[in-house]
Design a protein around this ligand. Structure first.
Ligand code: PEP
Ligand code: MG
Length: 539
């Protein structure tokens, strides 16, 4: 047994088989089967993945793998491979690279993206011929190891089998971590697959709360997994309507994928507080049609009885959509992202607004704009909505903003006459406040939402909103973190939009905050010099 220390970013304790999804080619490993056999084997592997996806409502991903089968069995490709001996693996792979290059030169973005698929298929063919297992065993529990995880990668996994993520690069609010939290999957950053001998490791225990990774655990460590299950039971006991009433709070869900909508079931959450609509675009290879967007909204409507806070497209930063052909930026987090991008791409923006107002959510929707930095940003975006509503003869919905740039957080009063609500995006607000990219692990000491200067900002927003009777919620990850939620409650927040899997733990934490509320002096907390001393106030 060995224990490695990383940074815990999505709480929970679980066990699983370690699976490295990072693979590099090594042509010195000889082929164990012929090229023909390799193609057959890989094709049948793809076919079984297609079947699995089709039976678990992942039709979009099934279509991608079907395209892989066509590419791998393309007569022209087979012809180019026919003269190469099965032992010349590098030459085989080069044929795929050449084909990929042809696609890369094409004008059409769809074909340019296929170029990456061709490379990936070539790689998988070489692994298959070398008899290196590609299979991420979909049946057993697994802890995924990767250098980085992109939103595209997480969206193509069977997350129900994933019991943990161990990611070398990334910040606590990077998108892999958000996905992990939404699914209640423990996640640790800053441990690499090269830090231990993964081939000879049967099982690992991942503790996403402490950041510990136990390699080949002994019997007594296995008990930590059992103990965690007991803690979960105590959280579940507190998780009831009376607790919400006692606390005077409302819980809303953060939703960021079709699977999350389909799998959602929580007895106490009736609303969506953050619909990360960009996933509808990221999951596709071309711009989704109006009808598809409406369909997704209707699905949302079926699952949630009450308010749906629909955030308009938040592309840019770490969320890229290839087919939009956006110019490369030196500092994408400070670039044309969120509402800036949709204001520059009116047809894209208008089509999204139409999809909202033409779907069943229109009665309960509140539209929220991301990355607002000035009142003009908001007024311009609001105008777009008003015009679309006029055109299709629909009522104008409530509109509000994400508070995620310091310019809004320091002066929310500028907005109070115009916006219907505020929702604080603590993930971005934190990175912009401390000028520390949310995706860089080594900057983690700056990603601490309990720092008093950050709490002062939050206090300012929450107080301004409450004093002016404007709805305020937090939809950033701070609301899904026990200590973060504790502090937000003390600062007067009552609407928490969170990763549904964390709701029982958060309610337990808020019950404790409620107990100390009368005895605590907020000014004393805000006058601390660092987050360590703020933490001493949390019980
Ligand atoms: C945030 O920035 O806190 C937020 C909720 O938005 P996202 O994480 O999607 O950028
Ligand atoms: Mg954000």
């Amino acid at each position: 047994m060995r224990v490695l220390q990383g940074t815990g970013v999505s709480p929970g304790v679980n066990i699983g088989k370690p699976v490295n999804i990072e693979r590099s080619l090594d042509f010195s490993i000889p082929a164990k089967i012929s090229l023909d056999q390799g193609i057959k084997e890989l094709t049948s592997r793809y076919q079984s993945i297609v079947e699995k996806y089709n039976t678990s409502s992942r039709e979009v991903e099934a279509e991608v793998i079907e395209a892989y089968i066509l590419i791998l069995n393309d007569p022209e490709l087979i012809n180019s491979l026919s003269d190469i001996s099965s032992s010349h693996l590098e030459e085989i792979y080069n044929i795929f690279l050449e084909q990929a290059e042809v696609f890369k030169q094409m004008d059409d973005e769809y074909f340019r993206q296929r170029s990456e698929d061709i490379e990936a298929i070539g790689k998988e063919l070489i692994f298959t011929m070398q008899n290196i297992s590609l299979e991420i065993d979909m049946e057993s529990q697994q802890v995924i190891f990767a250098n980085e995880l992109t939103p595209n990668e997480t969206s193509s996994m069977n997350l129900n089998q994933v019991t943990g993520f161990v990611v070398k690069e990334g910040g606590p609010t990077s998108h892999a971590v958000i996905v992990a939290k939404n699914y209640g999957i423990p996640c640790i950053l800053d441990i690499s697959v090269n830090d231990f001998d993964i081939e000879n490791t049967k099982e690992v225990i991942i503790n996403g709360t402490t950041g510990e990774l136990i390699i080949n655990p002994d019997k007594s460590s296995l008990k930590t997994v059992e103990d965690y299950q007991l803690t979960i039971i105590s959280y579940e006991e507190n998780y009831k309507q009376e607790s919400l009433e006692k606390l005077g709070i409302e819980l809303r869900a953060n939703i960021g994928s079709t699977d999350e909508i389909k799998n959602f079931k929580d007895p106490l959450i009736k609303s969506v507080g953050l619909f990360r609509s960009e996933f509808l675009y990221i999951e596709e290879t071309q711009e989704p049609k109006l009808a598809d967007l409406v369909k997704a909204n209707n699905l949302l409507n079926d699952k949630f009885e009450k308010t749906i806070v629909y955030r308009t497209l938040d592309i840019g930063g770490d969320k890229q959509v290839n087919y939009l052909n956006l110019p490369k930026e030196e500092n994408p987090f400070l670039g044309v992202r969120g509402v800036r991008l949709t204001l520059e791409n009116r047809p894209l923006f208008q089509s999204q607004i139409s999809s909202i107002l033409e779907s069943n959510i229109k009665e309960k929707v509140k539209i929220m704009f991301p990355m607002i930095a000035t009142l003009d940003d908001f007024l311009e975006a609001k105008d777009v909505v008003i015009n679309v509503a006029k055109k299709i003869g629909s009522e104008v919905p409530s509109m509000g903003i994400m508070v995620e740039t310091p310019s809004v957080a320091v002066a929310p009063e500028i907005f109070i006459e115009d916006v219907d609500f505020f929702s604080v995006g603590t993930n971005d607000l934190l990175q912009y406040s401390f000028a520390a990219d949310r995706g860089i692990t080594s900057l983690n000491k700056y990603h601490d939402a309990l720092h008093p200067s950050f709490l002062k900002l939050l206090h300012n927003i929450i107080k301004t909103a409450n004093d002016n009777n404007i709805e305020v919620s937090v939809c950033g990850d701070m609301a899904s973190d026990s200590d973060g939620a504790f502090m937000l409650y003390l600062l007067g927040l009552r609407i928490f939009s969170l990763a549904p899997s964390q709701a029982p733990a958060i309610v337990s934490s808020l019950l404790k905050a409620d107990n100390v509320l009368k005895t605590l002096d907020i000014d004393e907390i805000l006058s601390q010099k660092n987050s360590q001393s703020v933490r001493k106030f949390i019980i």
